[in-house]
Design a protein around this ligand. Structure first.
Ligand code: ZN
Length: 240
């Protein structure tokens, strides 16, 4: 089975469409939360994900969008964008976001937004944090997002190997346990502005990371007309 794994789409419709197109023929699409927030098209993105029949989990922005106290942890720009999101989403978008579980287990994979031990909030950005979360992981593979940076943390003879993948990088897991991050579809933060996603091939036990260009200007224009913060508009150019 080949599965496209998308995370942190952040209401960016052109980035979602480009990623789905680039993923090509897959047997399924999984998402790791933060479907909304920051971007100008929450209703369109949720409708498209429903149409695609995706399976996924709730991120901190999704929780905030449906009225959760998570908004109190946001920086001023994220908070402004979230207030806009709260006021603009339709009842059906709200219902769909409300139905997202904090974690999901599919085949040998756990899906979380942040980390296995703290699904909503923890950022996996260091070996000690990765090691603790590999210990907490109830399945062989943990798929997570939240940092907006593509990465893999692989358990190898008691140590943790780190992989920072680029476009086209392939990781052969060969039965090893790992935490794997596809990067962000809608707001990359690793210095590459292209949308990021990964393909998991369960038969080959391999992961490939991909980057795809999309119409950044179209999203920026929609963000400006929605009155979303200028810093959020600008950061899409640099992917940082
Ligand atoms: Zn996010």
């Amino acid at each position: 089975m080949r599965v496209a794994v998308l995370s942190d789409i952040h209401a960016n419709m052109p980035a979602l469409e480009a990623s789905v197109r680039a993923a090509g023929g897959v047997d399924g699409i999984w998402h790791l939360g933060d479907v909304v927030g920051y971007g100008p098209a929450p209703d369109q993105v949720v409708a498209r994900l429903q149409e695609l029949g995706v399976t996924g989990v709730r991120g901190n922005h999704d929780a905030a969008a449906i009225g959760g106290p998570e908004i109190d942890w946001f920086n001023p720009d994220a908070r402004r964008a979230m207030e806009w999101t709260r006021n603009s989403i339709s009842p059906s978008t709200r219902a769909w976001l409300t139905g997202l579980p904090p974690t999901a287990i599919l085949d040998e994979c756990s899906l979380v937004h942040g980390s296995p031990r703290d699904p909503m909030w923890e950022y996996i950005t260091s070996v000690p944090v990765a090691r603790a979360n590999l210990a907490a992981l109830g399945t062989r593979i943990g798929l997570h997002g939240h940092t907006h940076v593509p990465m893999a943390w692989i358990e190898e003879d008691g140590s943790v190997d780190v992989v920072g993948p680029g476009d086209g990088s392939i990781l052969e897991l060969r039965g090893r346990r790992a935490l794997v991050n596809p990067g962000s579809v809608g707001q990359p933060r690793d210095g590459d502005p292209r949308a990021a996603f990964l393909i998991l091939d369960t038969e080959k036990d391999s992961i490939s990371w991909h980057r795809v260009s999309y119409d950044i200007q179209a999203v920026q224009e929609a963000m400006r007309s929605a009155g979303l913060p200028a810093t959020l508009v600008a950061r899409l150019d640099s992917g940082s």
